[in-house]
Structures are given as structure tokens and as C-alpha cells.
Design a protein around this ligand. Sequence first.
Ligand code: NAD
Length: 521
Amino acid sequence: MSARDQAALKSVPAAPATVAEEARAILSRLGVPDQVFAPAGRPATSPITGETIVHIRETTPEEAKAAIGRADAAFKAWRKLPAPKRGEFVRLIGEELRAAKDDLGRLVTLEAGKVTSEGLGEVQEMIDICDFAVGLSRQLYGLTIATERADHRMMETWHPLGVCGVISAFNFPVAVWSWNAALAFVCGDSVVWKPSEKTLLTALATQAIVERAAKRFGGVPEGLSEVLLGGREIGEILVEDHRVPVLSATGSTAMGRQVGPKLAARFARAILELGGNNAAIVAPSADLDLALRGIAFAAMGTAGQRCTTLRRLFVHDSVYDQLVPRLKKVYSGVKIGDPRAEGVLVGPLIDKSAFDGMERALDEARAAGGIVHGGGRYTDGACAEGYYARPALVEMPEQTGPVLRETFAPILYVMRYTDFDQVLEQHNAVGAGLSSSIFTLDMREAESFISVAGSDCGIANVNIGPSGAEIGGAFGGEKETGGGREAGSDSWKAYMRRATNTINYGKTLPLAQGVKFDVDA
Ligand code: NAD
């Protein structure tokens, strides 16, 4: 953590006025206009206390369609700007984010319930992807390819694609937008964002930050960055509109099952970032101190509400009785509470339905022979106002019932194993394929885990947990996680269209594959 972050953490008062008052003050400082608030609108609540912060006027279907139209027109102008100039706009967004980091990070905490360092970390991730995209704006390269024809040149060029739709989940209320938008902007696309209906405030604050950057840049076409406020009905408009050639949808696999076929039916490009059921293997040679820390963060961090949260843990029989009792101790001692308070590592669940889902999964686990440690509602002090849960560690006899699916809450299912090949099979025997890890000092096991016959996930780590990715790599997963990739590496290619160009600079017209087609000309 940087010195600046540490200072911000220290400056956070333990008990500020009310959550609502503090959030409203931040919205005002970040320049969110009052017109977006309406007494009869959708309530924006805080999971910390359950209180309503403001009511927000939702986007109507007509307004959503008009916004897509503006974005389409903006794209046609934006695509003509040289990419490094587009990068300058993203650089300014990064600058504005740096200036707003403390406020926006705090708003993430107030609206999504993340502990302070994670709220700030989310904004840092936005800054990081902006930096990445600025560099990328000078590296949108294609290949020159050897051609079989004399006096010819073959190459590929990358062109902007159009309006990029972004649908995002509540648990990364702003970072997911930035992974997509920073790339889309430098690639020459415009962006229409449908944030989670549970986190509209951070979306509005982000939009205000983008507008400040646009003002400084000058000449950003109106409609380059649009936000649609509402629930799934508004998201559906984005999914169904043929003016949106690429859509990145982050959320549950259930959402992906609805969105994916609709995009396929109109041949739009889909970047699906869906649910995970992530596992870790602790092998006999593992550094158990390191594994313990990695498991604790991956399983309990963000109150188990990360797509990459560790949900299944396979521990080798030979180290099970060393590791699991220590893990149970960590679970029973972890500090739960107001995510703004120093030392708290587990904040609230987003809402009642998340808590009920956790209770249901624990009941099912018990019925399947699981022994549950922890779990249940945490109501100490002011926590009674929100839905705080004690993280649960569940010792399971085998991988059955609720272990096979994602429950978006802090439940870690722990299972014994004896055979490496069998545990790899178990590891891959679930629907989702997002993130995975192995704790081992055995080079053969480590390499096998990330090899062709190893983990089938989009992310496979060695000696770190499955959560907490950085932006330099491509992020996403296989199978029911949807197959999409965002952020670093060559993810940018999804936001552009590729043209293969063949140029004949000779005086004859040789055909490929030796085909003859001689006409009298
Ligand atoms: P959710 O599926 O309930 O909602 C996600 C978004 O999709 C929201 O904006 C919602 O309004 C929209 N939506 C839902 N149905 C829609 C439809 N039919 N058409 C258009 N839009 C629709 O998810 P959530 O509860 O906000 O987030 C938690 C889920 O997201 C978990 O499953 C988690 O694993 C997943 N997630 C995945 C990633 C990833 O990168 N793979 C990242 C974060 C979260």
C-alpha cells in the first residue's frame, strides 16, 4: 500500500455522521449533478446500515435508445481521431481518478460495503488500466504476413468497432467499467454503461469524473460515454440494440444465459464475464504459513463477494490436520463489522437476498454431511442494521450439492484428497472455470497444474490464492464463466475489427493456390 493510501486510511474517521450524509457530501464534491436525484426514483442504499442515501431517477427506455444513438454518432467522429490522441483522453481520466481516489474509493465502501483498502484498491485498479490503455494507444498493431504471390503484400489492420455496451455487477461497481472503457476509448469505440442497479452512485460519480476529463480534453464528441440507470430491463435494451456491435456483460451465469443467446442471435460480439466456483489445492509440500494467508484473503476478502473468491479447498490428507485447525482459528478470529473501521476485514453482504442465499447453502451442506464452522448473522453493535455474515468454513465429505455451484457469500468448502490426478479431476468437475490455484513447492505438481492437462480455468496460479488479479493479464474464465477476456494482454482485440489487406504492386494477377482463371481482357 502506498504512503498516500496509508494516509487516506488514517484520515478516515471511525464514526462519521451518517452513511447517507457522508455519501451525499462525496457525491457533491465529485460533481454529480442534483438532476439525477428524484424523490420517487430508485433508492440507493448502503449495505453498511441499510439506510437510503438518495433516490435516483432511472433512465426510461426512450432515453436509453437515444443514448445509444448519441453513442453511435460519437463513435463515427471519435474513430477518426488518431489513437494516441484518444489515449490522451484516457490519460486525463486517469489523472482525474488520481485526484478523486479517496472520495471515489470511500463511495465504493459506502455503496458496496468493501473495506477501506479494497475500496481504494478498486479505484487504483481504474488508474492502472488507464495507464495501460495510454501505452496501448501507441501499440494497436497488426501483422505483416508472408504472401505466396510475387509482388504482393499482405497485412492486417485493426479498426474501431462501434458502440461498446458494458453491463456490470455490484461487486466491482467501477473497476469493471474501467477495464472495458479505457480499452474501448483508445480503440476508437464509444461506451454505453449499464451499471448494477445496486451501485448507481459510484457509476454516477465515475461519469462525473469522465466528464471533467472530457472538458479538459476538449472536442470529445457528445455521447462518447453514456450511462443508463436502471435494472435488467434497461440492460436488455442495450443487449438487443443492433447499433451495439460488442457487449461486455459481467454478472451471474444466470444473467449470461439470458444475454449470450440474444447477442448470438444478432451476431454481436459478446465478452461474457460470469460466475466462478474457484478452487485451491494444498499439496503435501505446501508452505502452510503462506497458504493460510492466501486462503484467508481469497475466501473471506470482500465478504466472499468476488467472482474469484475461493470457494473450494482441497487439502492433502498428510497436511489436513495441520492446516485446517489453524484455518478455523483464523476464521473465528477475523474482524467483522463496519467496513470503514480500522482492522475490519469482513464487511457486510450486499443485501438480505445474499444472506438468505448463504443460509440456504449452509443448510444444504449440512444435509449433505458437511460440518459447518462459523456462519450465521453477525449483529454486534450497529451491524444489526445491515446483513453481516460470519464467514463459514465447511468440512465436506465430498464435492456434492452446494459445493458444485457459486453461492455469492463467504463460504469455504474444505475437502481432503490423497491422489493428485484425482484431485485435478475434482477441481475441474464444476460448471464454472474462472480462477484456480495450487499451493505446492513440488515443481512437477506446479507445472502439471498449469499444464494442458491441469486446471481448466482462465486463471491458474501457483502459491497465491485465486483472487486479486492485476490488470496486466487478460482476465476471464472458461465454461460457464463465459469465455470473455478483459483488461490486459491482447484483450483490446475484442474492441476492434480486424481487416486483412492484400496489396498487389506488380503487373500481373497471380491467384492464390495456383488457381488459373484466364479471361480475354
Ligand atoms: P447479476 O447477474 O444479478 O447482475 C449483473 C448485471 O447484469 C446487473 O447490472 C444487472 O442489472 C444485469 N442483468 C441481469 N439480468 C440481465 C438481463 N437479462 N439482461 C441484461 N442485463 C441483465 O450479478 P450481481 O449479483 O450484480 O453480481 C454477482 C455475480 O457477478 C456473481 O455471479 C459473480 O461471480 C459475477 N461476477 C463476475 C465477474 C467476472 O469478471 N467473471 C466479475 C464480477 C462479478
